[in-house]
Ligand binder design. Sequence first.
Ligand SMILES: [Zn+2]
Length: 428
Amino acid sequence: MLEARCIHRVGRLAVGDTAVWIGVAAPHRREAFEACEWILDQLKRRIPIWKKEHFADGDSGWIGSEVTPGEAPVTEENFYSRQMRLREVSPAGQAKLKAARVLVVGAGGLGCAAIPYLAAAGVGTLGICDFDRVEATNLHRQVLFGARDVGKPKATLAARFAQRLNPFIAVRTHGERLSAESAPGILQHYDLVLDCTDNFATKFLLNDTAVAMKKILVQASIYQFEGQIHVYDPAKAFGCLRCVWPETPAEGCVGSCAETGVLGVVPGVFGALQANEAIKFLLGLGEPLSEAVLLFDLRTLATTRIRRAANPHCPVCGDGAPTTEIDLDPFAPGRDFSQWTVIDVREEHEARPIVALGSPEWQHRPLSRAGDWLASLDRSQPCLFVCGRGIRSGNFARRLRGEGWTKVYSLAGGIDLALKVRPTSAVS
Ligand SMILES: [Zn+2]
């Protein structure tokens, strides 16, 4: 849209008088109509425009107004009054909510429950990200939409609902599919993100992006009659999704709603729980769910809490070092030695060709003198030992593991094999 202007008058109007004039300039007619509609909606909510129609066969009553005649106009004061009465919220907490910027990714079953409560609570900037359109099979659980909305974009409809519910907040839509390229650009405008998606790829993408950008992430997943919820908080040491599942599971290894079915109220409960966690976090209220995953079976109402712990070798929030492996293939996909120490344990008398492994630090420390240099190694940093064929370095790493070292590894096959795979050596 290029430009929009609106002029309205208040007071008694004679038949034929212009009450509202709206001018919109946009490259497409549809955009212009949508803008007119939005401006009219805003106007109707803010000032009591109403009219009484008289028909020859009787009175139709007051129509065309969103404000019932005689009712006081809605203000932020009365909108939030019951919430602000809580000592834990108060006007100060309400101001925190107003300053908050929250993104809801996915306007499906979870999003449809979370969005209204976040909007009603007064989250000042509410973003809704969804590229999908309403389908008939969504309607039993995506309760912001009606049968007449099938085929329409979910983000736009959900945003309209939120804005109509609370005219005092700013609602933004992001109608694109979230990808590794687009996610940082969208998330940068928000402090807290609700993952209301239903597929592994997006859940793990959101996890990785939230960790990298230090955003609070409230994630929920549902399955038939049950679900789970947890909160990633970059300020706490309870880790992220990949601490538990380093690899993104294959799509379809757990049935989707389309395949296995779901009771509509299940995402409703979990979406509301997500909004609750977000609001708690923004207000600094109670115990955030960052230390555990909460599982909730709605058939039995049984809840289970599984304590979370950060994995120091998590590929996203840890150092990415493999935990159980010792003999590492240096050219495995995703292998990155840039933060590692590489120690060549071959003896002085050996010819010592080397191969570039991407590590800035290549040190020569003969194995026969390990007693001299071992104590100076930083045990918290991952360290790769190399020798000619990977046998001495492997045995050495295994011996240290047995002594309680956790981040020591050996180059599988040694330098000889590495040179065959990638002959970028220099003789030292
Ligand atoms: Zn992690």
